[in-house]
Design a protein around this ligand. Structure first.
Ligand code: NAP
Ligand code: ZN
Ligand code: ZN
Length: 350
């Protein structure tokens, strides 16, 4: 077994603290990765604090993992020691259901293995995430990081990047399309960069104008404050696509009113409350309210290659792991431009 150093939440309301555990010896198709950096996704905060229920503790969060391959199993064909690789939100899936066969492992009909707070496909072994010094993952769930991208700033592509890339591609963001990104946080700022690179006309809808200069620098054509009531009158019927990244309750009917005929609003942020909806918000202009969950392995590689080609990475604040609890509080306050990334070199034996 491989002794692994980490930070974990012992229970739902516990701060993260040093922890050690064992990962499996690599099997034939496994890759052992020395983790260099791991992003802090808002989902890590939701899960470590058990805000959605069902969390498995002790929990080592982290699903924006980048590192270097140190060992490979005897049958590994895709990777060799020294390769720069990434691991995102899932580390396995059943591989035989219709969705897995269609490269949509994130919608596995038999339940994917999330990177942490989940179970391996044996449905017994608990998975533990990237706030740790190493991880062992089947080669089919490991991604290749383009050589031109810096590892620290590339880490958030593994969740924030793919979570925005997937719906932007699925709903055809591109030239001639008006796309709004609601919420300029970790996910949102990746959405602006990717939608801009895809050629769409991009609008940021943020709760204030504080991030306006950033929005323009990231590639937005327009920037509006949702706290200003005139925004909704001015932008009524404007967008082909709105991607909602905010994880709090909003007035859904008001936002649906910003869509054109046949426009789609995609939910990726996860508010605690249910979504109250007036039927006419959809019926009036044949609108769609949809959802999207991360992305499959093949599409995640496609996204990484796209980001490599367009030199897209995240705007990051790199921290030592000892600052992780402080960083969680700052994520909740939206006090980060735009993603914390943990430097795992700071992880020392407890
Ligand atoms: P984040 O960095 O905290 O960004 C969220 C943004 O929402 C903030 O920057 C802020 O943008 C906006 N916001 C609006 N009202 C807010 C409020 N009351 N408090 C805080 N922020 C507020 O979070 P993230 O990592 O991008 O994640 C966003 C959501 O997506 C979370 O719920 C997360 O769990 C979920 N998620 C979903 C998937 C998926 O596959 N569907 C994947 C990853 C994460 P402005 O300042 O511009 O208003
Ligand atoms: Zn995430
Ligand atoms: Zn499956």
């Amino acid at each position: 077994m491989l002794k692994t150093l980490a930070y974990a939440a012992a229970a739902a309301k516990s701060p993260l603290a040093p922890y050690s555990f064992e990962r499996r010896e690599p099997k034939e198709h496994d890759v052992v990765i020395d983790i260099k950096y791991c992003g802090i996704c808002h989902t890590d905060v939701h899960l470590a604090r058990d805000e959605w229920g069902g969390g498995i503790f002790p929990m080592v969060p982290g699903h924006e993992i980048v590192g270097v391959v140190t060992r490979v199993g005897s049958h590994v064909a895709k990777f060799k020691p020294g390769d720069k690789v990434g691991v995102g939100c899932l580390v396995d899936s059943c591989r035989v259901c219709d969705h897995c066969r269609d490269h949509l492992e994130q919608y596995c009909l038999n339940g994917m293995s999330l990177t942490y707070s989940s179970y391996e496909q044996d449905k017994k072994t608990v998975t533990q995430g990237g706030y740790s010094d190493k991880i062992v993952v089947d080669e089919n769930y490991v991604l290749r990081i383009p050589g031109n991208l810096p590892l620290d700033a590339a880490a958030p592509l593994l969740c924030a990047g793919i979570t925005l890339y997937s719906p932007l591609i699925h709903w055809h963001a591109g030239p001639g399309k008006k796309v709004a990104i609601l919420g300029l946080g970790g996910l949102g700022h990746m959405g602006v960069k990717i939608a801009h690179a895809l050629g769409a006309e991009v609008t940021v809808l943020s709760h204030s104008l504080k991030k306006q200069a950033d929005g323009k620098r990231l590639g937005a054509d327009h920037f509006y404050a949702t706290s200003a009531p005139e925004t909704f009158a001015k932008l009524a019927g404007s967008f082909d696509l709105i991607v909602c990244t905010v994880g709090t309750g909003i007035d859904w009917n008001q936002y649906l009113g910003l869509l054109k005929l046949d426009g789609t609003m995609v939910v990726v942020g996860v508010p605690a409350e249910q979504i109250p909806l007036a039927a006419f918000s959809l019926i009036g202009m044949r609108r769609t309210l949809a959802g999207s969950l991360i992305g499959g392995i093949e599409e995640t590689q496609e996204m990484l290659d796209f980001c490599g080609k367009h030199d897209i990475v995240s705007d990051v604040e790199v921290i030592p792991i000892q600052k992780v609890n402080e960083a969680y509080d700052r994520v909740v306050k939206s006090d980060v431009r735009y993603r914390f990334v943990i430097d795992l070199a700071s992880l020392k034996p407890a």
